[in-house]
Structure formats: C-alpha cells, structure tokens
Design a protein around this ligand. Structure first.
Ligand code: UFG
Length: 345
C-alpha cells in the first residue's frame, strides 16, 4: 500500500512507520515537526514537512495514497486545560482539514490514533468501546470530537475509518523511542532518575483504592501499537463505509509502584521515589478491554510485559542519552537513508 502517516515523526507515528516500511509499504510522513523529530524518520520513508491546516500541501502529499494513519495531535492533558483553543485548532480544525483534503483527493481509508481519554472517569473497568464517553479535559473532548467528524464523513462520503483508543504507551524500537519536551510520562521520567538526571521520581498519590495505593494504568508496547495500526489499515480495505472503534490494552494494568520496581530491576539502579500529593484528574484505575480488537482485527500484543517495555525504553535511552538531540539534522535520520522530500520546506 501507499500510506500517508500524518504526525509520523512523533513517538507513536515513527515506530508505526518503521513497521509499515518493514512490511513492504511505501510510506510518506506528513509532519510539521512541532513535537516530532526529523531524526525519527525511518530509513525508506519520505518526509514532507507541513501542517495539517495547509490543505494544498496535504493535497500534494495525498496524491496516489491508498490509506492514511492520523497521529498528529496535541496530547498533553495539562496543556489542554491551560490552552483549550490550541487543542480545538489542532485536534479538531486540523483534523477536519485532513478529512476535507482526503475527500478532495478521493482517499477514504483512515485509521485514527485516538485515546482512552475520551472515556473520562470510567464507570467500570475494563472499559469497553460502548461504554460512556464523557471526557474530563479538552484533550479527550477534542479527540472525541474528531471521532465524531470521522463518523459523519463515513456516512456522507463513504469513509472507511477505524479509531484506536489506547491508554499508556511505553517501550521503544532500536531506532525510535520517547523524547518529549516537556516530558510528563511515567516511564521516561523514572528512567531519567535511573540515568542520574533527576534525584527522585515523584509518585502522585499513594492513597488510591488500589492494592498498593498508587494508580493503575494499562500499558502497551509501542511495537504492539504499531502492529495494531497496520492491522487496522488493512481492515479498512475490506470494511463497508463506517467508523469502527477499538480499545487497545494489555488488559492487566500495572501500578505506578510496579513500574518503578520494574525499572529498578531492569536498570539495577536505586531510583529513589517520593510520594507527593495526587495529580489533578488522575482516575485510580484505567484498564481497557481489548477483546474486540483481538477478535475482529486479530491483534495480540506480543511485547507488552512490563519488563519488556521498561527494558526496551532503557536500551533506547542508553543508546540515545540525549534523545534525538544528537542525531544528524540533515534529514538522514537516526540511520542513513531517510529522505526529506524535495521542496518539502
Ligand atoms: N505519574 C507519577 N509520577 C510522574 C508521572 C506520572 O506518579 O512523575 C503517574 C500518574 O499520576 C499516573 C501514571 O503515573 O497515575 C501514568 O501517568 P502518565 O502521565 O504517564 O500517563 P496518563 O495515564 O496520565 O496519560 C495517558 C496518556 C494520555 C491519555 C491518558 C488517558 O499519556 O495521552 O493516558 O487517560 F490522555
């Protein structure tokens, strides 16, 4: 297939692109590099630097494309609370610009990298796709709004669309890993302490109604997410016009303390931890039921043990102590051979 991965230079996008290239697909990345990295573009993929609000650049990138994976979004809950306008502009208006450009180009197959934040505070766990969606922040609200737009484009314009709602992602490939600025996610923050870049990790609350008092989250390995994206892209080829929604998770869930302990085992470092007060808006337990994805997409997470996720993330950190900062900035990526499309700036 000829694939366009919008937001393909980010953590989730770039690891998915690696997978697609390995599977023999022809991949173009469309990314404005606002939070993605030029150096994350895998060998064999082409990079077009552009913004999803830019319809004419999108139109050119969509030429001849069979299917689109949409990973471009602002994705920090705290930032969304402080600046909701940014989230509506990028996640909703930007997303609709993509849909309109796809429609104009006659491309109707779309997979969306969505989020469990659309559920808000779940009434039960594991969460199933049909459960109530009631986001509690602009991040989740804007991701849900885009799912709504996808649904109506399916009805009006025969889009065959799949939305994947996942919870926490961790791990790395050899080439690509997590390098956010600012970093707010648990696993990379814990590994920063292991690397001696911070004195201790903060545990946001130990008085939750869970076995060890810390929050429980459903982590999946970024490699398993990449496989889900590929299965979903394939599935849009056979589907009738519709929007289908799938949760992705490992169904187990790990507590914040378990993550810290796994990191101590994997790294052999002490990793001091201090319990501080709860972070606003953290539900005690978020665990997905991914039965539907397993049954209908044939998805089976193969790398999502806590040990594997933490040790892959650690291996990437050890190999890239400054993240992408040290990678060549000439468009050759972390490995030689990634191409920046001519005239892409
Ligand atoms: N945590 C700490 N200390 C830290 C960082 C995090 O104790 O320094 C805790 C959090 O309180 C939470 C857990 O670790 O209980 C995981 O926190 P993350 O920030 O890593 O991830 P979230 O579960 O908050 O967020 C994830 C995705 C979001 C998505 C959300 C859905 O990153 O994009 O799940 O609920 F919106």
């Amino acid at each position: 297939m000829k694939l366009l991965v919008v937001g393909g230079a980010g953590y989730v996008g770039s690891t998915s692109v690696e997978r697609f290239v390995e599977a023999g697909h022809e991949v173009t990345i469309f990314d404005n590099l606002s939070s993605g990295h030029r150096a994350a573009v895998p060998r064999g993929a082409r990079l077009v630097i552009g913004d999803i609000a830019d319809g004419s650049r999108l139109a050119a990138a969509l030429d001849g494309v069979d299917a689109v994976l949409h990973c471009a979004a602002r994705s920090l809950v705290g930032e969304s609370m402080a600046d909701p306008g940014l989230y509506y502009r990028v996640n909703v208006a930007g997303g609709v610009s993509l849909l309109e450009s796809m429609r104009a180009a006659g491309v109707t197959r779309l997979v969306y990298s969505s989020t469990a934040a659309v559920y808000g505070e779940p009434r039960r766990v594991p969460i199933a796709e049909a459960d109530r969606t009631q986001p509690i922040n602009p991040y989740g609200e804007t991701k849900l709004a885009f799912e709504g737009a996808m649904r109506w484009f399916s009805a009006a314009h025969d889009f065959r669309a799949i939305s994947l709602r996942y919870f926490n992602v961790a791990g790395a490939t050899e080439m690509n890993g997590e390098d956010h600025d600012p970093e707010t996610h648990l696993v990379p923050l814990v590994l920063r302490v292991a690397a001696g870049e911070a004195t201790h990790v903060q545990i946001f609350g130990q008085d939750y109604p869970t076995p060890d008092g810390t929050c429980i989250r459903d982590f999946i390995h970024v490699r398993d997410l990449a496989s889900a994206h590929l299965l979903a892209l394939d599935a849009t080829g056979e589907a009738d016009p519709s929007l289908e929604v799938y949760n992705l998770g490992s169904a187990a869930g790990f507590s914040v303390r378990e993550v810290v302990e796994a990191a101590r085992r994997v790294t052999g470092r002490a990793i001091p931890a201090r319990v501080v007060k709860r972070r606003t808006g953290d539900p005690p337990v978020l665990v997905a039921s991914s039965r539907r994805a397993r049954r209908e997409l044939g998805w089976a997470p193969a790398h999502s043990t806590l040990e594997q996720m933490v040790s892959d993330a650690w291996a990437w950190r050890e190999a890239h102590p400054n993240g992408y900062a040290d990678a060549p900035s000439d468009g050759t990526g972390p490995v030689a051979g990634a191409r920046v499309a001519a005239g892409a700036r």
